[in-house]
Design a protein. Structure first.
Length: 121
């Protein structure tokens, strides 16, 4: 599954979900997710991730710490071989994408192109 995130001129990150019927504000990345996109985006304004719920060689891992009211906290210890020790929150939009809050999310950053093929939704 490929997910794309865009950073607007005001610095706010949003996930791109063409089939989303809710408010745009619900798609905003906050509470550490925005900082995480800044880290992995390396100055980019568009970040596309190849996402898997199963371990894949060369992919990074984010692990759920706990479910909280209206979301779940995740932790990533390492990104591309460098220790970053970063905690972030994922909102209920996560359940729209995955059906629940996955215990582990594996991801790989794709190139800087915008990808909008979210066939699974």
């Amino acid at each position: 599954m490929i997910l794309t995130f865009e950073k607007e001129k005001n610095g706010n990150w949003y996930i791109v979900l063409p089939n989303w019927k809710g408010l745009k504000s619900q798609l905003q990345m906050v509470a550490g997710s925005d900082d995480f996109l800044d880290i992995i985006g390396k100055e980019r304004t568009i970040v596309s991730l190849d996402i898997s719920l199963s371990p894949l060689f060369g992919y990074n891992k984010a692990e759920m710490i706990r479910k909280v009211l209206y979301g779940a906290d995740y932790y990533i210890e390492e990104f591309e071989g460098k220790l970053i020790y970063h905690k972030f929150w994922l909102c209920p939009v996560t359940t729209f994408i995955f059906g629940d809050y996955p215990k582990e999310i594996y991801f790989k950053v794709l190139d800087n192109q915008k990808v909008e093929n979210i066939d699974e939704l």
